[in-house]
Design a protein around this ligand. Structure first.
Ligand SMILES: C[C@H](N)C(=O)N[C@@H](Cc1c[nH]cn1)C(=O)O
Ligand code: ZN
Ligand code: ZN
Length: 479
């Protein structure tokens, strides 16, 4: 904690943030307690509750909040559901200042204690300076850090150097349904006076702060194999049946080899070629393979060189199998033949891949594999999420402001990094609004997003709040 007497407005802000850190952690605890898991529409009520709590917090900062209706959506199971609204908010405006639009999300991935959590997933628990809980790092902590940075200016009666708008949604984890259409609809109104769009929804790749200029996209697939009318006894019926689960496993097994190579014909055709200039970029990135393996708990990776590992996270596609719905997954030995199973996998996309082409390639390939099995079952393939990869212009002025703010708070120049995961709306924001989009992460490389060890460190949460406060200042200095 800073104990020296403050000497400037910035130090006053940092002092305020340090002194109020317990209160900021308490608010994060209250937010984590809301199980705003967007993975199933049955839980949209909790997402809605979380959206309302966020809206109330923005109102308490003097924000004018609209809960924008984004209509309904047919979910992968066929059900049509009303979607939780998106927060479009604005703090009081001064036309002489630049306008920053902050995007974030308050929905989370599913979490159950029995997945292997050491703490209750929805009870924020501090252990050795780390705050464990679902949503702590992805993305409730960073959203609150933005709000607390604003709060610090207001509490000290310091003039906010920039105008601030917020777009906060509750469906990011399932592909940001409705947000692209809303962006198009509000391009000439809400977005008209926006100068910069900033997102803090990703992680550093080491203990050194990073500044992110690219993300991969994502095509998420459901592969549904259906057989008879009901599940059957495997002793009474196994032997002469085409079993849906066996078909599905064969289909999933045909997608990717043991070296991570995607086996779908044509999938690498559109991947941007690697230039010598780009290849050199990876050499200077701080990324310790041993530390990385240790963080994620594995003994060996497919690649031994740092550069290859980074490239396979950032600039090559990857395919991951996530689960099988309808398969028997509980402890114990049930001898059943499931009659309907849905395999779920996703492919991370990179420039210059196109989700429309990917969908065609994957669908045709899986139908070919299935046809060769000559099974009596039926196959249906859906692609409910299609998010494009995003790459920014690093010479954009926002990046200058962010670098300066990072230097102020952390005393170092950031690593310029890309992100292997996806923020579905990033590409759309850039494409539709033509505004500058930047990602300014505050979360640690070992934060375990989506895992049963999700956390944010107290230090990243609090220093990240300072970073955002310093970023407001630096952004205004650009003029
Ligand atoms: C990076 C961000 N915090 C995140 O976790 N995004 C999700 C979005 C997504 C993509 N497909 C389905 N959801 C992710 O990258 O998994
Ligand atoms: Zn996120
Ligand atoms: Zn996430």
């Amino acid at each position: 904690m800073t104990t020296q007497a403050p000497t400037s407005d910035t130090e006053l802000l940092f002092n305020y943030i340090d002194k109020n850190q317990d209160m900021f952690v308490q608010t994060l605890k209250e937010w984590v307690a809301i199980e705003s898991d967007s993975s199933s529409s049955a839980l949209f009520g909790k997402v809605m509750q979380m959206v309302n709590v966020t809206a109330e917090k923005i109102r308490s900062l003097g924000g004018d909040v609209e809960l924008a209706d984004i209509g309904s959506q047919q979910m992968p199971d066929g059900e049509i559901v009303q979607l939780p609204p998106v927060i479009l908010a604005e703090l009081p405006k001064d036309s002489n200042k630049p306008t920053l639009c902050i995007y974030g999300h308050v929905d989370v991935q599913p979490a159950k204690k029995e997945d292997g959590w050491l703490t209750e997933p929805y009870v924020l628990t501090e252990i050795n300076g780390n705050l464990y809980g679902r949503g702590a790092t992805d993305n409730k902590g960073p959203v609150l850090a933005w709000l607390h940075a604003v709060e610090a200016y207001q509490a000290l009666k310091q003039d906010l150097p920039v105008n601030i708008k917020f777009i906060i949604e509750g469906l990011e984890e399932i592909g940001s349904y409705g947000l692209d259409a809303l962006t198009k609809q509000r391009n000439d109104t809400f977005f008209a006076d926006v100068d910069y769009i900033v997102i803090s929804d990703n992680i550093w790749i080491s203990n050194k702060p990073g500044l992110t200029y690219g993300t991969r996209g994502d095509c998420y697939f459901y592969v549904k194999v259906s057989g008879g009318k009901q599940a059957l006894h495997s002793g009474a019926h196994g032997g002469s049946l085409f079993e849906p689960m066996a078909d599905l496993i064969a289909l999933l097994d045909s997608l990717v080899d043991a070296k991570g190579q995607i086996l779908v014909p044509g999938i690498y055709d559109d991947v941007a070629p690697l230039t010598e200039e780009e290849r050199k970029l990876y050499e200077n990135i701080q990324f310790d393979l041993e530390e990385y393996k240790n963080n994620i708990g594995v003994t060996r990776l497919i690649y031994d060189k740092k550069e290859d590992v980074l490239m396979h996270y950032w600039r090559y596609p990857s395919l991951s199998i996530h689960g099988i719905q309808g398969a028997y997954a509980d402890p114990g030995s049930k001898t059943v033949i499931p009659n309907k199973v849905i395999g779920k996998f996703s492919m991370r996309q990179v420039p210059n891949m196109d989700p429309v082409v990917v969908e065609k390639q994957v669908t045709e390939y899986l139908h070919e594999i299935f046809a060769k099995r000559n099974s009596s079952n039926t196959l249906k393939i859906l692609m409910p999420i299609a998010a494009k990869p995003w790459v920014a212009n690093v010479n954009d002025p926002q990046y200058v402001a962010a670098r300066r703010a990072i230097k102020t708070v952390f005393g170092v120049e950031p690593d310029m990094i890309r992100e292997g995961s996806t923020i579905p709306i990033a590409w759309n924001f850039q494409d539709v609004t033509k505004k500058s989009v930047m990602m300014l992460p505050i979360c640690g490389a070992d934060d375990g997003e989506h895992s049963e060890k999700e956390k944010i460190s107290r230090s990243n949460y609090i220093e990240g709040t300072k970073l955002f406060a310093a970023f407001f200042y630096e952004l205004a200095q650009l003029r």
